[in-house]
Ligand binder design. Structure first.
Ligand code: IMP
Length: 427
């Protein structure tokens, strides 16, 4: 067996949770490797409907060990709440482990995320305000506090003392808000530590052991490639790498271990927050997609920006991730459109370009060049075999396959676990 990475190929919210939930049936380890509780992975299975923010979507599979990797930033309050909610609904969380190297989201990160966004006024990034950016900034600045620090109260106090003084100067002198109390934050995080201690481990050993036993390990991505801080629409990005390469760093695996990389694409595009999105439809077609698909953020409830499939962005995503296969989700949302459009290039200052620029100013100016395809105008939600899909739906998928440079393995035609067409068996 091997390591399969499930990666968001667009701007997040592609349906990675469903794909992981599906593959987790055979996996022995599932690792979340990036982001934090900015993610919202919706899973609908025999236990009911869940929106997971931190716990890997593999938690519903009775044989899978679930790891929150070192690359994740953890808000302990959110994690404890998520554990409690799962337990209350009959889901066992005794197979959950947290890397002792994962950084913690602290109260000042959340405060600063909001204050920084407000200070950007009209140029706000549209973050989820969960403290993600400030927590990753502190990790890089070597001012972070890690889950492992929760296991030793003296270490925690010393670290918090050192860091909180500086944060309070920023809070009071730069933003003019009240300082945070060392005693309060410390006692709160001591309580979190007591509650989370049984889950905190050195987790890379667990991965190595699973691979030595030739078991299947899944890397569960969060967000999407176009939100990557290097390759996404910087600065309108998140702060950790959602790419397959980020999976190695955020889980503690060598790149040679990954054997398959599944890129998860919606059959159209969505984005939440600011930044360029060349195929955004600010018209009734965009509204129709949003309402039909209920495109509202799982974490923030914000309406998502909707548009046609952008094959230029998709091909870029395949290139920087090295996808070996694709999962196309939400195909059913397109069921009733008489005609569909796919962006195959951009018009820029009178020229045609076929690459996803690194400059947001350039991307803002890009006008999509569309190829039109006939819609199939028939329901697909009950289809389970590829051959049973309407011919025009297969034509649409075949065209996407050609354009994204990657074969389609999985097609999702509804939120339920069973509403899935396995075109090429992965396991
Ligand atoms: P942050 O990750 O909260 O700092 O937000 C930065 C950008 O990433 C914003 O545009 C968010 O809307 C976007 N973002 C973060 N997490 C997700 C996600 O899980 N799905 C979609 N967009 C996300």
């Amino acid at each position: 067996m091997s390591v399969i990475a499930v990666i968001g190929a667009q701007w997040g919210d592609e349906g990675k949770g469903k794909v992981v939930d599906l593959l987790a049936q055979k996996a022995r380890v599932v690792v979340r490797f990036s982001g934090g509780d900015n993610a919202g992975h919706t899973v609908i299975n025999p236990y009911g409907k869940f929106a997971l923010h931190l716990i890997p979507s593999g938690i519903f599979s009775s044989q899978a060990v679930c790891i929150i990797g070192n690359g994740v930033v953890i808000n302990p309050a959110v994690l404890i709440d998520e554990i409690d909610q799962l337990n209350q609904r009959g889901v066992d969380t005794s197979r959950l482990f947290i890397s002792d190297r994962a950084h913690l989201i602290m109260p000042y990160h959340i405060l600063l995320d909001g204050l920084e966004e407000e200070s950007r006024a009209g140029k706000a990034l549209g973050t989820t305000r969960r403290g993600i950016g400030p927590a990753f900034a502190d990790k890089t600045a070597r001012l972070g506090i890690r889950t492992g620090d929760l296991l030793d109260k003296e270490v925690l106090l010393e670290r918090l003392h050192l860091i909180l003084d500086g944060k309070n100067i920023i809070l009071t002198k730069v933003y003019g808000v009240s300082p945070l109390s060392l005693d309060e934050v410390y006692s709160q995080y001591c309580q979190y530590g007591e509650r989370l201690a049984p889950y905190i481990r050195e987790t890379t050993i667990m991965l190595e052991e699973a691979l030595n036993r030739e078991e299947l390990v899944l890397l569960e991505g969060a967000q999407g490639a176009l939100l990557d801080p290097d390759f996404g629409t910087y600065p309108y990005t998140t702060s950790s790498s959602p790419l397959a390469g980020g999976g190695c760093l955020g889980a503690g695996l060598g790149p040679t271990r990954i054997s398959r990389i599944i890129g998860v694409f919606k059959a159209y595009c969505t984005r939440v927050g600011g930044g360029p999105m060349p195929t955004e439809l600010k018209d009734e077609t965009g509204d129709l997609i949003r309402e039909r698909a209920h495109e509202y953020g799982t974490t923030t409830g914000r309406p998502r920006r909707c548009g046609w499939f952008d094959a230029v962005a998709a091909r870029f995503s395949t290139r920087i991730n090295g996808f070996t296969g694709a999962a196309i989700t939400r195909l059913d949302i397109l069921d009733s459109f008489p005609r569909l459009k796919v962006c195959v290039g951009y018009k820029l200052d009178g020229q045609t370009i076929d690459y996803f620029s690194g400059s947001i100013a350039t991307l803002e100016k890009c006008q999509p060049i569309y190829e039109e395809l006939p819609g199939w105008q028939a329901p697909t939600t009950n289809v389970r075999q590829y051959e049973q899909l309407p011919v025009k739906a297969r034509q649409y998928l075949t065209r996407l396959e050609e354009l994204i440079f990657c074969p389609i393995d999985i097609i999702s035609v509804g939120a339920g676990r069973d509403q899935t067409i396995i075109k090429v068996p992965i396991l």
